[in-house]
Ligand binder design. Structure first.
Ligand SMILES: [Zn+2]
Length: 300
C-alpha cells in the first residue's frame, strides 16, 4: 500500500503531533533537515488485490546502418507511448492527454525517423526508433527492451531518450541530463552548437531526472544515455512557463493541446537530435562513460 498526503489534508495528518504542514514545507524549501516525530492518528485500511493481465507492446523500427563493420551496432532513440489514461476528474475532465508527457517525444521519434529516411541519411551504425510502453508504471517497456532487445544487447551503444522535453518556448538552451556522465555530453554540445543553441547541465539535480525516465533502463545495463529539456535561465518568463507547467499541468488532464507549443522550436530541437544521432552513429569509437561518472559502475 502507498499513501500520498496532500497539502490540503496535511494539517489533519499532523494534528496533535506538535508540527504543521507549513512548518515541514518551509524546512523542505530551505533544504533544512526534517524532524522525526510520532503521529497521533491511527489509520486502519483494508486492501483487496485484483490481478489482471494487460498487454502493452513496445513498437520498434530501424534505419539500418551503412557501414559493414558498424551496422551491427545500434543507437537507440526512445520515447514512451503510454500516459495515464482515464482517471480522477480535475475540473470535470477525466482524460489524461499527455501532450507533453510524452506525445511530444513520440512525435519527435516519428518526425526524426521521417527526416532521416527522406533525406537519405546513411548513418554508419543502425538507428533504432523505440516507442516503449508503461513508462508511467515504472519504465516497464524500456526495462523489457533493455533486457531482451530485438537486436544484440551488447551492441546497443547509446540511448537518446526524449520524454516531455517541453517545447513551450523558444529553444535558446537545451538542458541535458547526463551531460557530464559520458562522451555523449561532448557530442550533444557539437550538435547544439551547429544550430546556435547553448547546452545547459541539469539545473535541478535534486529532481533526479536522469534516472526518472526510460533512459535509466539502458543506464542500468551499462549503456551511455542522455535525456533533455528545453532550457531556460532562472527568473525569466521561460522559467515561469516551465514551472507553471509542472505545477498546473504535469500528470493532469490539462497536459493537452491548449498550451503554447512552439512548433518551430520543437522542429529545431528535432534537428539537433538528428545531428546527435548521426554523430553517434558515425563516430569511430562507441560512446563511453566518463571515468568519474557514478554510472560507470554499470558498464559491462
Ligand atoms: Zn509522466
Amino acid at each position: 500500500m502507498a499513501i500520498a498526503i496532500t497539502r490540503r489534508g496535511g494539517d489533519k495528518f499532523f494534528a496533535g503531533s506538535g508540527h504543521t504542514m507549513d512548518e515541514i514545507l518551509k524546512l523542505v524549501t530551505e533544504n533544512q533537515p526534517l524532524p522525526k516525530f510520532p503521529l497521533v492518528g491511527t489509520l486502519r485500511t483494508k486492501a483487496a488485490v485484483k490481478r489482471d493481465t494487460v498487454e502493452a507492446p513496445n513498437v520498434v523500427g530501424m534505419l539500418p546502418g551503412s557501414d559493414p563493420k558498424l551496422k551491427d551496432e545500434y543507437v537507440v532513440m526512445s520515447a514512451h507511448l503510454d500516459h495515464m489514461g482515464v482517471g480522477r476528474a480535475i475540473n470535470g475532465d477525466t482524460v489524461y492527454n499527455g501532450a507533453m508527457d510524452d506525445a511530444s517525444g513520440i512525435a519527435s521519434i516519428l518526425e526524426i525517423a521521417r527526416i532521416m529516411k527522406e533525406s537519405g541519411a546513411q548513418p554508419k551504425r543502425s538507428i533504432v526508433f523505440l516507442a516503449v510502453a508503461a513508462e508511467e508504471k515504472g519504465e516497464l517497456g524500456s526495462r523489457y527492451f533493455a533486457l531482451r532487445p530485438t537486436v544484440d544487447r551488447k551492441q546497443i551503444v547509446a540511448d537518446v531518450n526524449v520524454d516531455m522535453f517541453m517545447p513551450l518556448f523558444d529553444l535558446k538552451f537545451v538542458e541535458v541530463q547526463g551531460l557530464a556522465e559520458s562522451t555523449l555530453g561532448d557530442t550533444i554540445r557539437e550538435a547544439a552548437q551547429e544550430y546556435g543553441v547553448q547546452v545547459q547541465a541539469d539545473k535541478e539535480p535534486a529532481q533526479n531526472r536522469f534516472i526518472r525516465s526510460d533512459q535509466y533502463s539502458f543506464i542500468r545495463e551499462g549503456v551511455p544515455s542522455l535525456a533533455f529539456k528545453f532550457g531556460y535561465e532562472f527568473g525569466t518568463p521561460e522559467d515561469k512557463v516551465f514551472h507553471d507547467f509542472i505545477r498546473d499541468r504535469y500528470h493532469k488532464p490539462s497536459d493537452d493541446l491548449n498550451q503554447p507549443v512552439d512548433k518551430a522550436a520543437a522542429a529545431k530541437f528535432n534537428r539537433i537530435i538528428v545531428s546527435l544521432l548521426q554523430r553517434v552513429a558515425d563516430s569511430a569509437a562507441r560512446p563511453r562513460w566518463k571515468d568519474d561518472s557514478f554510472f560507470k559502475r554499470f558498464a559491462k
